[in-house]
Design a protein around this ligand. Structure first.
Ligand SMILES: Nc1ncnc2c1ncn2[C@@H]1O[C@H](COP(=O)(O)OP(=O)(O)O)[C@@H](O)[C@H]1O
Ligand SMILES: [Mg+2]
Length: 213
């Protein structure tokens, strides 16, 4: 996917001539402060929001966006929600059964979603995303509610997903998370994106980001 000269304003301009590209087999972090425009950019590239000018060449790739606050049918179980998703998206149920076999959501998937914590809902939405299996997976601030063990599991899952010729882009405002998880960092500040290879140490990256944000 190639984004070129993308601009977007609400009452004031949020994105100005933003340019970057997303390649297969890579995990990217969209890093920036609260309110800088991360969610706006993710919604634009997943076609959920209009933009003012510029271009997005998705090169025929499918895109799926997981919002910060995932929505489910609260009075169904996690399993029933996933089954429903499979039905409406024509995904074979065997894919769901296979996914559940090595997933840690199986410990709570039969409980009603109304009783889930924020972190549990996030794991359920990740399950939905993996079942849908888009070429480009966009996750909006997925880690804020995960504990350290789940972050490790999550990191491994994202890597395995990207290794199947796919792309993952997660937004975050937390520098160590961007450093731990991604191959490249898209730093959003002053309405523009700077694309960095993640070959810095965490200290170097922190220094670079705090000087350029
Ligand atoms: N639908 C909208 N209408 C008007 N302003 C919006 C809308 N969505 C976001 N904004 C504004 O755009 C800016 C960027 O928001 P957002 O993309 O949510 O930032 P982030 O996700 O980086 O925290 C904020 O100032 C926000 O108030
Ligand atoms: Mg946001």
């Amino acid at each position: 996917m190639i984004i070129n000269n993308l601009s977007k304003s609400f009452s004031e301009e949020i994105l100005h001539d933003v340019k970057f590209r997303l390649d297969s087999n890579k995990v990217y972090s969209l890093l920036g402060r609260n309110g800088v425009g991360k969610t706006t950019l993710l919604k634009i590239i997943s076609n959920l929001m209009e933009y003012d000018s510029g271009s997005i060449d998705s090169n025929g790739k499918s895109v799926f966006f997981v919002p910060e606050t995932p929505q489910f049918l609260d009075y169904l179980s996690g399993y029933e929600n996933l089954r429903f998703l499979c039905e409406i998206k024509n995904i074979p149920i065997v894919n769901l059964e296979n996914y559940l076999k090595d997933s840690n959501i199986k410990s709570f998937v039969d409980e009603l979603v109304i009783n889930y914590s924020h972190g549990m809902k996030h794991q359920l939405s990740l399950a939905s995303a993996f079942l849908i299996s888009p070429d480009i997976l966009l996750l909006d601030e997925p880690l804020t509610s995960l504990d350290p063990i789940n972050i490790e599991i999550f990191k491994r899952m994202l890597r395995e997903f990207a290794d199947k010729d796919k792309t993952v882009l997660i937004s975050t405002h937390i520098i160590p998370i961007a450093h731990q998880l991604s191959d490249e960092i898209l730093l959003l500040s002053n309405k523009q994106i700077r694309q960095l290879k993640n070959n810095y140490t965490e200290t170097e990256l922190t220094e670079y980001v705090t000087n350029n944000i």
